[in-house]
Design a protein around this ligand. Structure first.
Ligand code: GLU
Length: 311
C-alpha cells in the first residue's frame, strides 16, 4: 500500500486469553507488513496491569507463536513505559491543552449525548470552564482525570479499507481523557506515543476502533509525530453472520487449540478474510505471497461452520 518501508504492529490487550478476533487481526497485520517486505512489531497493551496480569501477557505471546507468527525484536510492554507517557503528557500540558476533570461517572452519564450509546459520550466541557480556584478546591477532595482539549476542527483521513473518514473533534468527540482519575494513562495517549516511538507506519486493527482514529491523529500531530496509514478490518462473525459472543461459543485459544491445529486455525481465518477460496490448513508465512488488501471485504467476515460444529 505505501511505498516507504512499512512497519506494522499488532497490539493486543491481554485482559483475557486471546480469541479469534485478536488472531484475525494479528494475521492480517502480519501479512500486510510482511507482504510489503516490512517490519512487524508486537506490543502488549497491558497498561491496566490489574486487568492484564503478566500471566495473560505471557500467554498472548505464546499464543501468537503457536499460530506461527513472528515479529521483529522483543515485544514492547506498555506497563513498563509509564515515564514515557508522563513525558508526553507534560509536553501536551506545556501547550496548555490539558485540564483536570472532576466529573463523576454519574455526571458524565447525565450529560451524555444519547446517540452514542453507553460507553461513548461527547464530553460537555464542564471542567474546561472551571476557574483555577474552583479546580484547586475540588482537587482537595478528589483526584481528577486529565483531559485533552480538542479544537472545533475536522480531522480527515483515508482508511485503507473503509475509505475517506472525517470527524469534527469538538462536535463528535469532545475533550477526551489522557489520564484517568486512578492515574492510569489512557489507551489513546499510550497507543499514539508507542506507535510513534516505534516508527510504526501502518496500523491494522478492528473497525471497532475506527472511531478513535481522529483523536489519535490529532494527538500525533499535536505531538509533532507523523501519522501512520490506517487499515481497519471487518469484525468476525459466526457462520450465520452473528456477532461472536462468549456466551455462545468458547472461541478462546484454550478451547480452539484442543480441537484444531494452528494451521487449521490460520486457514479458517484466512478463508474468512477472503484470502483463501476454502478453509485449508496453512502457515502464516505461506500466505504472504498472495496477500492483497483488495481481497479483504469490508463487510463483516464470517467464520466457517466447522469451527462451531461439535461445540
Ligand atoms: N489494544 C487494543 C485492543 O486490543 C488495540 C489497539 C490498537 O490496535 O490500536 O483492542
Amino acid at each position: 500500500m505505501a511505498d516507504a518501508p512499512v512497519t506494522g504492529r499488532f497490539a493486543p490487550t491481554p485482559s483475557g486469553r486471546l480469541h479469534l478476533g485478536n488472531l484475525f487481526c494479528a494475521l492480517l497485520a502480519y501479512l500486510s507488513a510482511r507482504k510489503a517486505g516490512g517490519r512487524f512489531l508486537l506490543r502488549i497493551e497491558d497498561i491496566d496491569l490489574p486487568r492484564c496480569p503478566a500471566r495473560l501477557a505471557r500467554q498472548a505471546v505464546e499464543d501468537l507463536r503457536w499460530l506461527g507468527l513472528d515479529w521483529d525484536g522483543e515485544p514492547l510492554y506498555q506497563s513498563r513505559r509509564t515515564e514515557i507517557y508522563e513525558r508526553h503528557l507534560a509536553m501536551l500540558s506545556q501547550k496548555g491543552l490539558v485540564y483536570p476533570c472532576f466529573c463523576t461517572r454519574a455526571q458524565l452519564h447525565a450529560s451524555a449525548a444519547p446517540n452514542l450509546g453507553d460507553t461513548q459520550y461527547v464530553y460537555n466541557g464542564a471542567c474546561a470552564r472551571l476557574s483555577r480556584e474552583e479546580a484547586g478546591r475540588l482537587a482537595l477532595t478528589r483526584r481528577p482525570a486529565l483531559r485533552m482539549r480538542v479544537p472545533d476542527e475536522e480531522v480527515r483521513f483515508t482508511d485503507g479499507l473503509y475509505g475517506p473518514q472525517a470527524e469534527n473533534l469538538a462536535r463528535d468527540c469532545g475533550d477526551f481523557i489522557l489520564r484517568r482519575s486512578d492515574g492510569l494513562f489512557s489507551y489513546q495517549l499510550a497507543v499514539v506515543v508507542d506507535d510513534a516511538l516505534s516508527g510504526v507506519t501502518q496500523v491494522v486493527r478492528g473497525r471497532d476502533i475506527l472511531s478513535a482514529t481522529p483523536r489519535q491523529i490529532y494527538l500525533l500531530r499535536t505531538l509533532g509525530y507523523s501519522v501512520p496509514e490506517y487499515v481497519h478490518i471487518p469484525l468476525l462473525m459466526d457462520a450465520q453472520g452473528r456477532r461472536l459472543a462468549k456466551r455462545d461459543h468458547d472461541l478462546s485459544l484454550t478451547a480452539l487449540s484442543r480441537r484444531f491445529t494452528s494451521r487449521e486455525v490460520v486457514g479458517m481465518l484466512a478463508f474468512s478474510a477472503g484470502l483463501l477460496p476454502e478453509p485449508r490448513p496453512a502457515a502464516p508465512s505461506e500466505l504472504i505471497a498472495a496477500f492483497d488488501w483488495a481481497k479483504v471485504p469490508t463487510q463483516d467476515a464470517r467464520l466457517p461452520q466447522a469451527l462451531f460444529d461439535g461445540l
